[in-house]
Design a protein around this ligand. Structure first.
Ligand code: URA
Length: 272
């Protein structure tokens, strides 16, 4: 931190100043420390680094000739994803194919590939949006506060991710990697992950999909507007799908739990 008289170190700061500095960082969106030792970015290097002669990068493609302005084409990540997912004969192979997929930048910022949790043979498969901080650390979907609420919601109709058979629950997300600052996934990220989600559903083969929140509804139904979508059966990937409020939304809007309860009862009735 810069003070009027130079750089303040942690030793110079009292509790209140440290607390205020931390609160300021949290407000800016910092969610974790990435190094144990503070970096003084204002320190002048002892000697200015020498600028190495760098060869200009090789052109990616021949420059377009007049009248033929073809865009530079790289490998299509959606096609690569479709091919990798399609070749997975079972869930273990799909998990490995996903972990190997390098087309999505989000992977580089994530600690873990979050594939799924629960009973793969369950009648109901829940599809959420993307891992958050807790899921990124644990490598499992829906383990943070929203996930704990999700567990309580399904427990209320007798279904648990730890149960086998009829009462089991299988849980995944549209994206397997945490977006930075938990931002919404971008359309291109969803597009390249969809082949994996489609194959995931095919291999897990649940009777019913539960689509948690707008992102998974948009990805799998092509529609947004969870307030209108929820509470009505739809069809996704050739099976019945029930859009529901995301548990993170319910944490922020507890009054909406009434509608969520209604939807859980609809699900329970359909399963009977
Ligand atoms: N929200 C989601 O949509 N998925 C998770 O795994 C966690 C939070």
């Amino acid at each position: 931190m810069i003070g009027g008289m130079g750089i303040l170190t942690v030793d110079d700061m009292d509790f209140d100043a440290l607390h205020a500095a931390l609160a300021w960082q949290v407000e800016l969106g910092v969610t974790e420390a990435i190094g144990d030792v503070p970096v003084d970015r204002y320190e002048t290097p002892a000697e200015a680094p020498k600028v190495a002669a760098v060869a200009p990068p090789a052109p990616l493609a021949a420059p377009p000739t007049a009248g033929h302005a073809a865009p530079v084409q790289g490998p299509d990540p959606v096609a690569i994803a479709r091919d990798a997912a399609g070749r997975a004969p079972d869930l273990a192979a799909l998990r490995a194919a996903l972990a190997d997929f390098d087309g999505c930048e989000l992977k580089r910022g994530a600690r873990n590939t979050v594939f799924a949790d629960g009973a793969p043979g369950a009648r109901v498969m829940v599809i959420g949006e993307a891992p958050g901080r807790d899921e990124d650390i644990a490598g499992k979907p829906f383990v943070g506060r929203a996930g704990q609420l999700l567990d309580r919601m399904f427990d209320a109709i007798g279904m648990q991710r730890t149960a086998e058979g009829r009462d089991g629950l299988y849980i995944t997300n549209i994206l397997p990697w945490r977006p930075p600052q938990n931002r919404d996934p971008e359309p291109a990220e969803i597009a390249m992950m969809l082949p994996f989600v489609e194959r995931h559903v095919e291999l897990a083969n649940p009777e019913i999909l539960v689509l948690m929140g707008n992102i998974s509804c948009h990805a799998l139904l092509g529609r947004k507007g969870i307030t209108r979508l929820r509470g009505a059966w739809a069809e996704a990937l050739n099976r019945p799908a029930l859009p529901m409020f995301h548990p993170a939304y319910l944490l922020r809007n507890p009054l909406a739990k009434r509608e969520a309860w209604h939807d859980l009862l609809m699900l329970q009735a359909r399963l009977r």
